[in-house]
Design a protein around this ligand. Structure first.
Ligand SMILES: *[C@@H]1O[C@H](CO)[C@@H](O)[C@H](O)[C@H]1NC(C)=O
Ligand SMILES: *[C@@H]1O[C@H](CO)[C@@H](O)[C@H](O)[C@H]1NC(C)=O
Length: 250
């Protein structure tokens, strides 16, 4: 009688044990979409000067967190009221400098990546770059259209100029850069404002410690110049020019 009674108990014990040991594999399986969504995983980073923040369990989780900031009613109110004129003034100064250097002109077709409510787009229009548009996860018509910078909703060779100060929000930096190089025309200019000497906000997805990773990621571009700026907590401006041909990633 006794062995018969304990048998189910033994079976259930092994069942629980096997479940326990298969947990890591189940977890790995559930993470698959995250690692396979784009061609290369977020760990494919050329130098230790660029670190992806841990803690994003899925791409959906990442997008949700980004949307949390973009949709925050209090922040949106500030961006469109108190911040509006001041930010446009500062952006206009940056863009006017680039215009005087011949890096952007009134004929340029321009894109601002991660533009939120589009202050930088308004600043470009103000200095005469009328064919300017912004892109963010949440649209803000007529200045900003909806789009994910990991998968830009634009065709190849669309823009003469692209600007972004949200590189730190990229979960897949190589994808962020590849999309810029894809949508820029040959000879087109990309200007990034980044923070090297301090951590950015809690919504950031990566931390950058030098310009070296960017130089490596912009494979189909040359560095025009690197300079210090004082732009809303960002301290470095990097200007790239796309070369004639896209260099395919291996
Ligand atoms: C953002 O997250 C906070 C706390 O996690 C939550 O209370 C708030 O409702 C969220 N806001 C939006 C716009 O999703
Ligand atoms: C667009 O550019 C990408 C990357 O360079 C390339 O793989 C793709 O084939 C191009 N698409 C078209 C329609 O030319």
């Amino acid at each position: 009688m006794k062995p018969n009674q304990s048998k189910p108990l033994i079976i259930s014990k092994y069942f629980v044990l096997s479940l326990f040991f298969s947990l890591p594999f189940l977890l790995l399986l559930s993470l698959r979409p995250y690692y396979h969504r784009f061609s290369s995983p977020p760990t494919d980073i050329p130098t230790p000067d660029l670190k992806i923040r841990p803690g994003y369990t899925s791409y959906e989780h990442y997008i949700k967190k980004q949307l949390n900031k973009t949709l925050d009613p209090k922040l949106r109110k500030i961006w469109t009221t108190r911040d509006w004129d001041r930010k446009i003034q500062v952006f206009s100064r940056f863009f006017d400098g680039l215009k005087r250097e011949g890096l952007i002109s009134t004929e340029s077709k321009a894109l601002c990546i991660g533009a939120r409510v589009g202050q930088e787009v308004e600043a470009l229009k103000k200095i005469g770059v009328s064919d300017s548009i912004g892109m963010d996860l949440v649209p803000y018509p007529p200045l900003v259209v909806e789009g994910d910078f990991h998968n830009q909703p634009f065709g190849n060779n669309s823009f003469d100029f692209e600007f972004s100060n949200v590189f730190d929000h990229a979960l897949y930096p190589e994808r962020f850069v590849a999309e810029i190089e894809r949508t820029l025309k040959p000879g087109g200019i990309c200007v990034l404002h980044v923070a090297l000497s301090r951590q950015t906000d809690k919504y950031s997805a990566n931390d950058l410690y030098s310009v070296k990773p960017l130089e490596a990621l912009f494979r189909s571009s040359t560095v025009v110049r690197v300079g210090k700026i004082d732009g809303f907590g960002l301290d470095t401006e990097i200007v790239f020019r796309k070369t004639a041909n896209i260099i395919q990633r291996s």
